[in-house]
Write a protein that binds this ligand. Structure first.
Ligand SMILES: *Cc1c(COP(=O)(O)O)cnc(C)c1O
Length: 382
């Protein structure tokens, strides 16, 4: 039976408790588990390696991403670090997007400078250039992030996977969630998530995940996850499982709200340029239609004018909180140059198209009319 994602998220792990018949699976906080007898461990021995609550959450993510194995980690950053450490040797080349998430840029740049691996940042929309890099460097790993943050540029996962040969392909799918894009179905070997965003959805857990179909990759990740101790805690896994029960309706409703707000913003005189995958003039719309089943609920725009206007606008907003992160039920606004992408040097920011008038909005679950009224009033005050 082909069970739909909504059903999987709601039913995962229900009624699995045999002791009391709990409908909602109880949280297992114990760090350690008694042995059945001498030299006879149970499936669980120590919670850093394996924990029943984390296992339930991992099963759900594997199912949602059409994978077989998931490792929940302490954060999105430790998920990316885990993949790098598990598969890269000194002198191995990693290809990464020039406009990736600021924290990812900081990590990969630091790994490069420390001599852990060699990292090449490039515009992955240029397939010809990518082919050249494959030919010259025989990279061990290519890391994709699509749509990119905060410019919403798109790269073609399937095309890149079809020319990569034995290079491992890892896709950061945080922006789209398994609801709107499934990289494993497009040829990727590994999917990475920051679960701190849409997956948990309530801005109260920091966690990450790595998902794969391949048992060899999974074994490497599990071994390194346990060895480094970056596996996620039982409590965070429990919260995450709870959050993911409503992932599908949240993603759809937030997307609906975003579409209405983007529509309003398109008619705004104060906006110089708008960035959203759902715009009909998006330069990669043919790829978007091929690999995404929706446009998501994040958009960015460049405000006309100067810093003074930007400050006035931010101050006037009441329903968009000035904060980092995205994907929660509450609407947020961020200034990438000084916030999410502050870890990126100025010249790299410029190259990625991030300037001081750029703002990024994560649309939440408030009423879209209220959100639009708040924007309208704030635009009128600048
Ligand atoms: C937030 C984010 C990360 C890092 O995740 P944390 O859970 O904050 O460590 C990585 N990639 C993307 C695309 C993100 O948005």
């Amino acid at each position: 039976m082909d069970i739909k994602q909504s059903t999987i998220s709601i039913r995962n792990g229900l009624n699995s408790d045999e002791q009391h018949g709990c409908v909602v699976p109880p949280i297992t906080l114990s760090t350690t588990y008694n042995f059945l007898e001498f030299n006879k461990p149970r499936p669980y021995d120590y919670s850093r390696r394996k924990n029943p609550t984390r296992d339930l959450t991992q099963t759900l993510l594997s199912n949602l991403e059409y994978g077989k194995h998931t490792i929940i980690t302490s954060s999105g950053m430790s998920a990316i670090y885990l993949v790098c450490i598990a598969f890269l040797q000194k002198d191995d080349v990693l290809i990464a997007p020039y406009d990736c998430y600021g924290g990812t840029y900081r990590l990969l740049d630091a790994l490069h400078k420390k001599g852990i691996c060699k990292v090449l940042f490039t515009d992955q929309r240029d397939i010809k250039k990518l082919l050249e890099l494959f030919e010259i460097y025989h990279p061990k790993l290519i890391f994709l992030e699509t749509p990119s943050n905060p410019m919403l540029r798109i790269v073609d996962i399937n095309t890149i996977c079809s020319v990569k040969n034995d290079t491992l392909c890892a896709v950061d799918n945080t922006f789209m969630t398994p609801v709107l894009q499934n990289p494993l179905l497009l040829g990727a070997d590994i999917v990475i998530h920051s679960c701190s965003k849409y997956l948990n959805g309530h801005s109260d857990v920091i966690a990450g995940a790595v998902i794969t179909k391949d048992i060899y990759i999974a074994n490497q990740l599990n071994w390194w996850g346990n060895t480094l101790g970056v596996t996620g805690s039982a409590f965070d896994s429990y919260q995450l499982l709870r959050g993911m029960r409503t992932l599908i309706p949240r993603v759809h409703q937030q997307q609906k709200n975003a579409a209405k707000i983007v529509d309003f913003c398109q008619k705004q005189d104060h906006i110089k340029t708008l960035y959203y995958p759902g715009l009909s003039n998006h330069s990669e719309s043919h790829i978007i239609n091929k690999q995404q089943s929706g446009f998501g609920s994040i958009f960015s725009f460049e405000l006309k004018g100067n810093k003074n206007k930007l400050l006035k606008f931010l101050k006037a907003l009441k329903l968009f909180t000035l904060a980092e992160s995205f994907g929660g039920v509450e609407s947020l606004i961020a200034h990438p140059a000084t916030m999410t992408h502050a870890a990126m040097p100025d010249n790299i920011q410029k190259k990625a198209g991030i300037n001081n008038m750029l703002l990024r909005i994560s649309v939440g679950l408030e009423d879209s009319d209220d959100l639009i009224a708040d924007l309208k009033k704030s635009f009128s005050l600048i």
